[in-house]
Design a protein around this ligand. Structure first.
Ligand code: ATP
Ligand code: PAF
Ligand code: BAL
Length: 280
């Protein structure tokens, strides 16, 4: 496994790999990340993983400074997972002085997470488009846990004719249903015990959908009812939105994503499930 930190080194190392899958990450790896690496290795033969805590996707009052980091453990996990190349750039390598360009994705990046984190998806789209240009993968792998991020990336790849196939991998969960996430490490024991309510709530919504309910307001009520059983939690949103455009739906009569975002103390957690009328 080669570990490089500069764009020039990466480009030199990349020459040995005609077909490369890319897994972009912010590090502090868990089994969810490794499921992306495994899928990329099977489908592309060789995998590159980037580890970069991207400052431009964090708002001024967000957790950039305290975001968890564990590079040497991450490298051990990636070596075991059969990764070929790891790219660990510094912020100055990605954003040298004088850098001013941004990728803007429009309304899809302004709802849900984008409404609460203004500028977040422009930061994500900008860094992902840089990573695509540096790595030049045939396919890039993203987790369904960040459903809006997946939709945003699919949007700019389509809009800008980026020659990369975007692959979305199902959410890996702990046995109690909590979606794995680097930010779960912020939770106290008490908060960790409450966190599985997100998936219980989404599952209640999914059960109602499978029983024939398509009214989005009623589906959201079913989710909110379960979330309310944990009084310490503050709900940012419960949403039923078109799976491709993320426009809010009144009726779940086409492929939709039902998502929740909550705050437990200072920690924000997100999760989602897909509602597909064809496979309910
Ligand atoms: N539980 C999971 N299952 C599958 N993929 C995941 C999971 N968690 C994260 N990913 C994916 O891994 C990639 C890198 O994500 P990132 O490094 O931000 O990790 P994260 O656990 O989502 O962290 P955070 O807590 O910051 O949201 C993203 O495409 C993300 O969707
Ligand atoms: C895709 C990504 C690596 C871009 O910084 C990040 O948003 C993440 O880890 O999901
Ligand atoms: N996994 C999403 C990246 C972020 O929350 O900034």
């Amino acid at each position: 496994m080669q570990v490089v930190s500069t764009i020039a080194e990466f480009r030199a190392a990349r020459r040995g790999f005609p077909d490369l899958g890319l897994v972009p990450t912010m590090g502090f790896l868990h089994a969810g990340h490794l499921s992306l690496v495994e899928r990329a290795r099977i489908e592309c033969g060789a995998v590159a993983v980037s580890i970069f805590v991207n400052p431009t996707q964090f708002g001024p009052n967000e957790d950039l400074a305290r975001y968890p980091r564990s590079l040497s453990r991450d490298l051990d996990l990636l070596r075991e997972a059969g990764t070929a190349l790891v790219f660990t750039p510094t912020p100055a390598e990605i954003y040298p002085s004088g850098f001013t360009s941004r990728v803007e994705v429009g309304p899809i990046g302004e709802v849900l997470e984008g409404a609460i984190r203004p500028g977040h998806f422009s930061g994500v789209a900008t860094v992902v488009s840089k990573l695509f240009n540096i790595v030049q993968p045939s396919r890039a792998y993203f987790g369904q846990k960040d459903a809006q991020q997946c939709a945003v990336i699919r949007r700019f790849v389509r809009d800008l004719d980026v020659p990369v196939e975007v692959v979305v991998v199902p959410t890996m969960r702990d046995p109690d249903g909590l979606a794995m996430s680097s930010r779960n490490s912020y939770l106290t024991d008490g908060q960790r015990a409450q966190a599985p309510v997100l998936y219980r709530a989404l599952s209640a919504g999914q059960d109602a959908f499978q029983a024939g309910e398509t009214d989005a307001a009623r589906l959201c009520l079913a989710v909110r009812g379960v979330l309310a059983t944990e009084p310490d939690l503050t709900v940012d949103y419960v949403s039923v939105a078109d799976a491709t455009t993320l426009e809010e739906l009144q009726r779940a009569d086409r492929p939709a994503v039902m998502s929740v975002a909550v705050r437990l103390g200072r920690t924000r957690l997100i999760d989602n499930v897909l509602l597909d009328p064809l496979i309910s």
